[in-house]
Design a protein around this ligand. Structure first.
Ligand code: NAP
Ligand code: MG
Length: 505
């Protein structure tokens, strides 16, 4: 592994300076709540700090929303729905969505830099996030015009099945893909005709606030509201609010269960996109160089902070030594450093809490006798000591029921298992509570299809990973969630059907 600086001193001066200058250029003007088309302080007047995980310096003070603010936002959203937004037909909404997409595209560089500052992800990956955020709006702008309902007639009745928006929905998102997750939520909700109250994660509120500034002239006041703050103070009241008709949540399985319980109080509809611990299965025929690239991207993309990360590797005995050696060589060649630089492969994790959480799992793995093929700690590099960095790590020799294998680490940590018997391997691959995704690498189409069908998960990649295309539904089996994003199913999740039965007698 190499760090980009020639010396710790360079890193200590150049990197903070670069980050300060970039922050001066891109931090949004408003870091307060966005309610009813206005940027306003929280009811309590309190704020919280969002930091830059590369430097651990403060980026901005952000309004700390609580229940009173959620109430205001829900009221503003219903007001917008009743007075204006419900009068927008699908063509009107399509135009709004396309305009949002164009606006995001026009600000790609700025939004990517903001995301990299707030989250720590490499700028190349942040740029991909922003482009795909714009694409979300375009995709739903396209399918909303096809959303026309059905009829069923016979001699005695004329039946129409129409769809209606819920009215006001609550949307709660995590910090790993901040603007992308906001877009995955906002685009279908608006396409379906809803108004929304969005709560970004406390670690990464800035890109949602900048988006609010950018769409302020495009979307009528109150259609989109952003309440920043903490999960228990601003998220929970949104899930319990009797006038919120649907809650869409992306985050951890533990919080998702809580959201489900709270939504039950008012029988509020929910969709949950939760955690994962996805297997990648390697067959003996693979091209080692190609497989190595795919596996590395599957786990190290976004510093391992991906719900769908391929974090358990099942490699066939026949190719294990060669493939693991190549993986270690690949890791040694990775550039770890300032995520604002194009050449950086791996940036810091999002926060010191997330570093500590990852290191706890690594300690537990070490105590259980896990063999660290590479990594296992913070990088031993003074140049990176101010940031939230964790080394890319490969661990072999853990029991499959070990906590580090069963639970989502959400960091750059891959656990390796060798196999020679397919049935035994597949039993282990499925022996987790999660079922979000999986990967299969082989040129044997029969084996590939068999494994894809056998893995208990909502999304399987054969010979690729992380490739998400609007139109192909994404979501989890088992404890990885309820509902699908990125597809026409998603539009369905944001509307309710109504049957109108007209008698012909
Ligand atoms: P998290 O701790 O569950 O938080 C997610 C969001 O929920 C945050 O906005 C959080 O607010 C809020 N929250 C916390 N407690 C809440 C409560 N009691 N009621 C309502 N909202 C509450 O998850 P995270 O650590 O931010 O994100 C990582 C997780 O997201 C991972 O498990 C990952 O797999 C999952 N994820 C899943 C998908 C998917 O599509 N399946 C995509 C991305 C991420 P604060 O942050 O402000 O506390
Ligand atoms: Mg931050």
């Amino acid at each position: 592994m190499s760090s980009q600086s020639n010396s710790a001193d360079d890193h200590l001066t150049e990197v903070p300076e670069r980050h300060r200058e970039t922050a001066d250029a891109v931090i949004p003007e408003h870091t307060s709540l966005y309610i009813g088309g206005e940027f306003i302080d929280s009811d309590s007047g309190e704020t919280f700090t969002t930091t830059d995980p590369t430097t651990n310096q403060k980026l901005a003070s952000v309004a700390r929303g609580t229940e009173a603010d959620v109430n205001r936002a829900v009221e503003a959203a219903w007001d917008a729905f009743d007075t204006e937004w419900s009068g927008y037909d699908s063509g009107d909404r399509q135009r709004v969505l396309l305009e949002i997409a164009d606006t995001i595209d026009a600000h790609t560089e700025e939004l990517a830099q903001l995301e990299t500052l707030d989250n720590g992800k490499p700028i190349t990956e942040a740029t991909i996030d922003i482009r795909s955020s714009a694409e979300q709006f375009r995709y739903f702008a396209g399918i909303v015009r096809e959303n026309s309902g059905e009829t069923m007639t016979d001699d005695t009745r004329y039946g129409q099945v129409i769809t209606e928006p819920y009215g006001v929905v609550g949307q709660i998102i995590p910090w790993n893909f901040p603007l992308m997750m906001a877009s995955w939520k906002l685009a279908p909700a608006l396409a379906a005709g809803n108004c929304t109250v969005l709560k970004p994660a406390e670690q990464t509120p800035l890109s949602a606030l900048r988006l609010a500034e950018l769409i302020d002239d495009i979307v009528p006041d109150g259609v989109v509201n952003v309440v920043t703050g903490f999960g228990d103070e601003a998220g929970e009241p949104l899930t319990r609010h009797p006038d919120v008709r649907k809650v869409a949540f992306t985050g951890s399985t533990a919080v998702g269960k809580q959201v489900m319980k709270n939504a039950a109080e008012n029988v509020t509809d929910i969709t949950l996109e939760l955690g994962g611990k996805s297997p990648i299965v390697i067959f003996p025929d693979v091209d080692v160089a190609k497989a190595t690239q795919l596996i590395s991207a599957a786990i190290f993309y976004n510093t391992g902070e991906c719900c769908e990360a391929g974090s358990r590797l099942f490699v066939h005995e026949d190719v294990a030594d060669g493939l693991l050696g190549a993986l270690v060589d690949g890791i040694d060649a990775m550039t770890i450093g300032d995520p604002l630089l194009e050449e950086t492969d791996l940036g810091p994790k999002v926060s010191t809490e997330q570093v500590d959480r990852t290191l706890e799992y690594l300690d537990a793995a070490r105590e259980a006798g896990g063999e660290f093929l590479v990594g296992g700690d913070r990088p031993d590099d003074a140049a990176l000591s101010d940031g939230c960095y964790v080394e890319p790590t490969l661990i072999e020799g853990l029991d499959h029921d070990h906590v580090a294998v069963q639970e989502e680490i959400f960091g750059p940590v891959l656990e390796v298992f060798r196999w020679d018997d397919y049935e035994t391997m597949m039993e282990l691959a499925n022996d987790v509570d999660y079922g979000l995704a999986g990967g299969v690498i082989t040129d044997d189409i029969t084996q590939a299809n068999r494994a894809a069908r056998d893995i208990q998960a909502g999304y399987i990649w054969i010979n690729s990973y992380h490739d998400l295309a609007p139109g192909l539904p994404f979501g989890g089996h088992k404890q990885s969630g309820i509902g699908r994003e990125l597809s026409a199913d998603t539009l369905d999740h944001y509307q309710q059907t109504k049957t109108i039965n007209l008698s012909l007698r």
